[in-house]
Design a protein. Structure first.
Length: 325
């Protein structure tokens, strides 16, 4: 068999389609009169076979059906559920504040202060070894009776019938200060003895610092010596080039004096009578000494061993001339 052309194939397909259409029509039409009534009431179904383009086999069928006797209700729209509104929960509100009854303050009675009785000041008992009345001797002057008042370490008083005054400070058993009389003043140094019955010392003036002044309680004797110069303190001394005595520091308790010199290598001790200090020295040996204070109170001349010069000064007064005495 020779190959079919495209046109022959298309023709065969068309013919086959026509046969199919005829068969369908016969089958749907029926054969009797009884069926005509039914056929009259039946809506024919048209089937159309569309011939496509040669080579296509797609068939489009369109069927129209009559609506049923029962009307189909259009679909009811879906009921829209209204949003549920939830009422807000009632918030518990604190009850309104209860009115607080204000109690009026009770008036406080102000106590009337009881007047404090005024105490009558009692006389202060002043104690101290210097306190009281003294009979004094300041020859060649006439100092007479002295009345002293001591409060702590401060002493004040009068003498010569109130003509003179005393102001001083107590250090140990020594009373140091000033005297004033007739618009003139000077220094004082007094040392009281252990019994408190007498004291010895000196007063200074424009002309000398070595005037003796001593005192006693009523009924007691004057101390001996009455007057003693003030030797306590540090002195710059000269006892010769080879001896090299150097600085001398003295301590005094009334008429008794002790001290050191030559950097502590030497010792001195003695007794004061007026302006003269007599005693001994000790330094690799021992021997006598005699010092005499000059009226200015800042220089002394003297000797050791009787023939060797030993003098001194304080307060930048310089060596006395002569040194030997």
């Amino acid at each position: 068999m020779s190959k079919l052309t495209q046109y022959q194939i298309a023709l065969l397909a068309f013919l086959a389609g026509g046969v199919i259409v005829i068969l369908v029509f016969v089958l749907t039409s029926g054969g009797g009169d009884g069926d005509d009534d039914q056929a009259a009431n039946r809506t024919p179904t048209a089937m159309a076979v569309a011939s496509g383009t040669p080579g296509d086999e797609a068939t489009a069928t369109s069927t129209s059906a009559a609506p049923d006797d029962t009307a189909t209700a259009p679909p009811a729209p879906a009921a829209t559920t209204a949003p549920t509104v939830v009422p807000p929960l009632a918030t518990a509100t604190s009850p309104p504040p209860t009115a607080t009854s204000t109690t009026p303050p009770t008036a406080t009675a102000t106590p009337t202060p009881t007047p404090t009785p005024t105490l009558t000041p009692t006389a202060t008992v002043v104690t101290g070894i210097w306190h009281g009345t003294w009979q004094t001797n300041c020859s060649p002057s006439n100092c007479g009776e002295m009345n002293l008042v001591q409060l702590g370490n401060i002493v004040v008083g009068t003498y010569a019938g109130g003509e003179g005054t005393i102001d001083g400070v107590v250090t140990g058993n020594r009373l140091s200060g000033t005297w004033s009389r007739n618009a003139i003043s000077g220094s004082i140094d007094f040392w009281v003895d252990g019994s408190g019955d007498g004291w010895q010392g000196n007063f200074g003036s424009l002309f000398s610092s070595n005037y003796g002044w001593c005192g006693r309680r009523v009924g007691e004797a004057y101390p001996t010596p009455c007057g003693v110069a003030s030797w306590y303190g540090t002195w710059t001394t000269n006892c010769g080039f080879f001896a090299a005595c150097g600085a001398m520091t003295l301590h005094q308790d009334g008429a008794t004096v002790t001290g050191t010199y030559a950097g502590g290598a030497g010792l001195v001790s003695g007794t004061v009578n007026g302006a003269t200090l007599s005693g001994t020295w000790i330094r690799g040996g021992t021997g006598p000494l005699t010092f005499t204070m000059l009226p200015n109170g800042n220089q002394f001349n003297g000797n050791f061993g009787g023939t060797n010069a030993w003098c001194g000064f304080r307060n930048a007064a310089g060596d006395p001339v002569p040194c030997l005495n």
